[in-house]
Design a protein around this ligand. Structure first.
Ligand SMILES: NC(=O)c1ccc[n+]([C@@H]2O[C@H](COP(=O)([O-])OP(=O)(O)OC[C@H]3O[C@@H](n4cnc5c(N)ncnc54)[C@H](O)[C@@H]3O)[C@@H](O)[C@H]2O)c1
Length: 237
């Protein structure tokens, strides 16, 4: 909050659990009282639990679905009446590549983010008639302090295997930066996107469009023997 104030931005914050409807409603009412009707909602809160599905308890599943899917439902539900009244509003959801793809250990997260993609389309469908746009941003792998250990060199000087994996899957052969996310967020919050609705835009350096390279990381002993080709394929990109 101090950072915003130092930059001359009038800001207000509170600790709110997005899974608790009463807390969300109270916060939305407080904001309206202080600043007037809310015009832009960014549903950012999210958690992930990396647990193999057959080991995941129902309580762990429920927690991820509550924060990542029920949270955006409750926040949008609380804010939408103000937007309907004003006949204007922008809702931006934090989706993920896991809105499209599955991966080991992230069943609840993928189910929630896939659901959030459809909630995005449904808010668009139901409330687009009131000049309300609901779109989503789907970040790929972003270089943050949290992911920094995954880019550290190994003791023998080689690349971290996950770093190699991500670069091999990304046409740009780099991780995303937080700066890569800003432009789309501003665009989706601005009148420039007034006729864009129900879309998920992925900021992933092209991962979702690319089959990837460097199969040398794969355990070939697990693959079915398809015989030997007469042709020597050097690079099939
Ligand atoms: N970091 C990435 O690479 C990445 C990639 C794809 C999608 N996302 C999504 O972007 C969003 C932000 O991710 P991030 O990396 O900044 O994560 P982060 O962990 O830094 O931030 C998530 C925030 O959500 C808050 N939160 C968690 N549970 C909450 C609850 N019940 N009520 C209110 N707030 C709660 C946390 O306090 C935290 O401030 C998330 O929805 C995440 O799933 C992130």
């Amino acid at each position: 909050m101090e950072e915003y104030k130092a930059a001359g931005v009038e800001a207000y914050g509170a600790i709110v659990d997005v899974t608790k409807e009463e807390e969300v409603k109270k916060f939305v009412a407080d904001v309206k009282e202080k600043f007037g009707p809310i015009t832009i909602l960014f549903n950012n809160a999210g958690i992930i639990k990396r647990i193999p599905m057959i080991e995941m308890t129902k309580a762990q599943w429920d927690q991820v679905i509550s924060v990542d899917l029920t949270g955006p439902f409750l926040c949008s539900k609380a804010v939408l009446p103000q937007m309907i009244e004003r006949k204007a509003g922008k809702i931006i959801n934090a989706c993920s590549m896991m809105s499209e793809l599955g991966r080991e250990t992230v069943s609840a997260y993928a189910a929630a983010k896939g659901g959030l993609k459809m909630l995005t389309k449904n808010i668009c469908s139901e409330y687009g008639q009131y000049n309300i746009q609901c779109n989503a941003i789907g970040p790929g792998y972003i270089a943050t302090p949290q992911t920094a250990p995954l880019r550290k060199k190994q003791p023998d000087g080689s690349m971290h295997p996950f770093d190699r994996f991500i670069r091999s899957k990304t046409p740009a052969q780099r991780w995303g930066e937080t700066d890569d996310l800003k432009g789309l967020a501003v665009f989706l919050a601005s009148p420039a996107s007034d006729f864009i609705n129900g879309q998920v835009v992925y900021i992933d350096g092209g991962i979702l469009a690319y089959i990837g390279q460097d199969p040398s990381q794969l355990d070939e002993s697990k693959f079915r023997d398809e015989g030997t080709s007469e042709d020597v394929v050097v690079n099939d990109k």
